[in-house]
Write a protein that binds this ligand. Structure first.
Ligand code: AMP
Ligand code: ZN
Ligand code: FE
Ligand code: FE
Length: 281
């Protein structure tokens, strides 16, 4: 069954496979079009475009920008961005710089907890990538301090955990503006991460007035009732519907390209409305 996958990470941020490998997996999963949405970087897009051309899969240039709203992390996806836009690249470089500031401090906190890792080990594993906590998780796994990325996050890296260091983040309205300025379509990622007591509607309304165009209704961890709830929210607020796996490779080993945990099915007909929205962005 043909499908889309509009949320994928590669070795250019905190995924464990290069774009060409991700695209091979997408081909096996009958994905006809996909978006590479690395955190705060567009560096993987040229490789993805040429690998996509080779196998006949459309590649949508994408991005995932982290922001903070009332203390919670809100991730904004951008689609059909002009990834060569100088203003976009400059802003993304600023966001990556806040990672370089935070990550060594996480390692220091781990050292204080008696864990013997160095920032050089994290940097070596990440290579030229936009460094994320999943890289630190992988070093902790490789050195047998934890047996999974989940354990690394639960014990040390998650917000509020023992070695957590908050990062300076823009507010979501800024992330949305940056995506629009690069001709892209801004979409709220994994709304279930934010769906607390007051529900997701107040956030979506506020972000829509800042220019949000869509919501990630289909997502690897969404149960059927969550998917239909977010579909209703999209209808109610006149937001576009998108979906993707949020594939990362080894740090989220239960999630497959195109298929999520096996039940993900992002319909092909979601792509054209997104493309049309990009034309007017
Ligand atoms: P950073 O962008 O460096 O702040 O790291 C956040 C990233 O870590 C998220 O985008 C997820 O990809 C990943 N992440 C967060 N929580 C977990 C978890 N429990 N297990 C695996 N990966 C996680
Ligand atoms: Zn990630
Ligand atoms: Fe995210
Ligand atoms: Fe993601």
């Amino acid at each position: 069954m043909k499908r889309l996958d509009l949320h994928l990470h590669t070795t250019f941020s905190d995924g464990s496979l290069p774009p060409a490998e991700v695209i091979k997996l997408a081909q096996h999963a009958n994905v006809t079009a996909l978006a590479i949405t690395d955190h705060d970087t567009v560096d993987g897009i040229p490789e993805a475009l040429s690998a996509g051309r080779e196998v006949g899969i459309e590649i949508i240039p994408g991005i995932e920008i982290s922001s903070r709203w009332r203390g919670a992390e809100v991730h904004i996806l951008g689609y059909f961005i002009d990834w060569m836009d100088a203003g976009l690249q400059e802003r993304l470089a600023q966001y990556r710089a806040t990672r370089d500031d935070r990550n060594p401090r996480i390692v220091e906190k781990l050292n204080e907890l008696g864990i013997d890792i160095t920032y050089a080990e994290v940097a070596a594993l990440a290579g030229p990538a936009s460094v994320g906590r999943p890289h630190i998780a992988r070093v902790l796994m490789n050195k047998h301090y934890v047996t999974s990325a989940k354990e690394a996050f639960d014990r040390y890296l998650a917000d509020g955990a023992a070695a957590c260091v908050p990062r300076d983040l823009p507010d979501p309205a800024e992330a949305i503006t940056v995506i629009h300025a690069a001709g892209g379509v801004p979409v709220l990622a994994h709304p279930s991460w934010l769906d607390r007591s007051e529900g997701i509607v107040p956030l979506c309304k506020e972000l829509k007035s800042a220019g949000l165009a869509g919501i990630e209704v289909h997502y690897s961890t969404h149960r059927p009732e969550q998917t239909s709830h977010y579909l209703n929210v999209a209808k109610q607020l006149d937001l576009l519907v998108t979906g993707g796996s949020d594939f990362h490779g080894v740090t989220k080993p239960d999630i497959e390209v195109g298929l999520g945990r096996g039940q993900l099915k992002v319909p092909e007909n979601l792509l054209e409305p997104l493309r049309q929205a990009a034309k007017t962005s």
